[in-house]
Design a protein. Structure first.
Length: 306
């Protein structure tokens, strides 16, 4: 009797547990379990509670897959499709747009190249003319310096500019070793800075006495050079020397013009531009040739003037 009541209570408890498990797990009722069979396995509510989320996962996975895959596919498909269509459009437009860009780049490069070439030619022309003018002016200055050493009848310290002294074995200009002063219209006074160089200075003036026609006179501290009056023949000789110096200067100027024209040959100038440059160089040459002629005439007049 007692065993039957205990068995009935156990069955009631099992039914209550089954209902709670069914209510918490799924709306679909599980198949009935016959607890009175000895070999029946009763699923505990704990296991049913843990299994319920696992049963829902397969239902969620397709949705997630659908959302992710479908959305991704839709998204990817849309983007991919859009990208593909965009790429197709780009491909279709590439010949036109790319050609336009390439054409624009080529045009810009050509314009830059043309502008750069023009700039290079302008620089070459300007540098050539400037170099030619500098060299021509140096030729004129060298001729003028030579004229200063020619005696014109009056004492001039420049007459001794070409005198070089052997100072302790080193060739040294006289004006670096002594002061040169004009005592009167026909006398120069040379005072060496170093007494030890006095003999060397005197020796150098003796060697150059033929250039100014007088020998130095020493008083132990200074050297005096008394310039004799110039004869008419001597004046004519100096005038001829001045004319020869002028011819040498003009040859130097014309050589500079020749070098300038050769330098311009390196540039790809147009016919008109090159003719203009040649005319500019020729005008510069004529200008300096005239300066040389004017300087020679002025020096000749000074030399021949009594």
């Amino acid at each position: 009797m007692h065993d039957r009541f205990a068995a009935a209570r156990r069955r009631c408890r099992c039914r209550r547990r089954c209902r709670r498990a069914q209510a918490s797990s799924s709306p679909t009722p599980p198949p009935p379990v016959h607890h009175h069979h000895s070999n029946a396995v009763v699923a505990s509510p704990l296991r049913r509670g843990l299994a319920a989320p696992l049963l829902r996962l397969p239902a969620l996975r397709p949705v997630a897959a659908k959302k992710g895959g479908g959305g991704g596919a839709k998204k990817g498909g849309g983007k991919g499709g859009g990208k593909a269509s965009s790429d197709d459009d780009d491909d279709d437009d590439a010949p036109r747009g790319g050609g336009g860009k390439k054409g624009g780049a080529a045009a810009a490069a050509a314009a830059a190249s043309g502008g750069g070439g023009s700039d290079d030619l302008d620089k070459l022309a300007a540098a050539t003319k400037k170099d030619a003018e500098d060299r021509m002016s140096k030729a004129l200055a060298a001729m003028a310096a030579g004229f200063e050493t020619m005696r014109t009848g009056r004492a001039n310290p420049a007459l001794l500019d070409r005198v070089v002294v052997d100072y302790f074995g080193a060739p040294t200009p006289l004006k670096a070793l002594a002061s040169i002063a004009v005592a009167d219209a026909s006398t120069l006074v040379v005072a060496p800075f170093d007494r030890a160089a006095f003999k060397d200075v005197e020796k150098a003036l003796m060697a150059a006495s033929g250039d100014f026609g007088a020998s130095p006179n020493s008083d132990g501290e200074r050297l005096r050079i008394n310039l004799p009056p110039m004869t008419q023949d001597r004046r004519k000789e100096l005038a001829k020397a001045a004319a020869k110096a002028g011819e040498d200067a003009k040859v130097a100027v014309r050589n500079v013009r020749k070098d300038a024209l050769k330098r311009l040959d390196k540039g790809d100038f147009g016919k008109d531009a090159r003719k203009q440059l040649d005319d500019d160089v020729q005008k510069l040459t004529d200008q300096y040739v005239k300066k040389v002629d004017d300087a020679v005439k002025a020096k000749s007049d000074e030399l021949l003037k009594i």
